[in-house]
Unconditional design. Sequence first.
Length: 346
Amino acid sequence: MRSSILRFALTLAVGFTISVRPAAAQPVRQDTVTVDEPTEVIIKGALKYLASKQTASGAWGATGEEKQRQVAMTGYVLMAFLSGGHLPGEGEFGKPVAAGMQFLLDSMGPDGVMGSRHDGQYMYAHGIATVALAEIYGQTRSPVMRAKLDRAIKLIISSQNPEGGWRYRPIVKDADISVTVLQVVALRAAKNSGIEVPQQTIDKAVEYVKSCFDESSGGFTYQPKNRSPGFARAAAAVYSLQVCGVYDDPMVKKGSQYLFENYKEDHEWYTYGNYYAAPAQYMIGGDTWKKWYEMCKKTLLANVKRQGDFAYWEARGRGGVGPNYSTAVYVMMLAMPYHYIPLYQR
């Protein structure tokens, strides 16, 4: 699939040209995790399902829904397609990926915010949408995308609070681990793609994440010394540290073990937590990733719904906001052994 990227300069229906080039070569991983044939069938069926749910605007989400919810859902779904190796205008799902990308670009205001300042928790949506755009930009180098992505990243940098974290609105005030993780991941994805990100911003983010560590359990709290540690919080923290380049810190090892100890198929935050836990364990690699992938795959394949060529998952727990979200997250998890996402590489 990716070999054809070398041969095309794609003119998208949205009205601008993207000169496509291959992603940077990734290091060969030493683990033995692969996508088997039954799982590949499910991944393809799930991507077909997601493509069928795209709205005329290019977004995913219910028509009339808050803009920031559509922005967030579109970001998640685009990451699912990218995990399967699909880029704008390229291959079977090139059109929906291009349309989703354009929806996010069109959703950005002059201040860099994607969505609306009247929609509440918009830095969460801004974060995941920026991650998706940064991953696409890193593999297409569109000059049109560059200007808007730079604006989105500058907003994130300028709204970091003194402790090093972020909150739901781009205001330099308080912070929490759930919003911080998405901004950190967006910064890493942008930096990978050539966007300038100050090292001081990354260093301060690491300080904030580490301040949420709970020594007694090995988990992480929602805010420093605030609330008890939890599965999703620990997953977000371990992932955050690794995308900031902190791979071998004892907190990462203890956090990984905490995730194993607190993994539950019926966990109320199963979907939301595993969006971070899967790449966190993947980046650790080796037996840790192999054990995690096989455990999650067993759960996901046992609960998938089939409808003709489509495959999808119903919402699970408090973190599940509908089948589009669950399906996008689970496709990403199952497709990670393809190694298509540069962000997930060390």
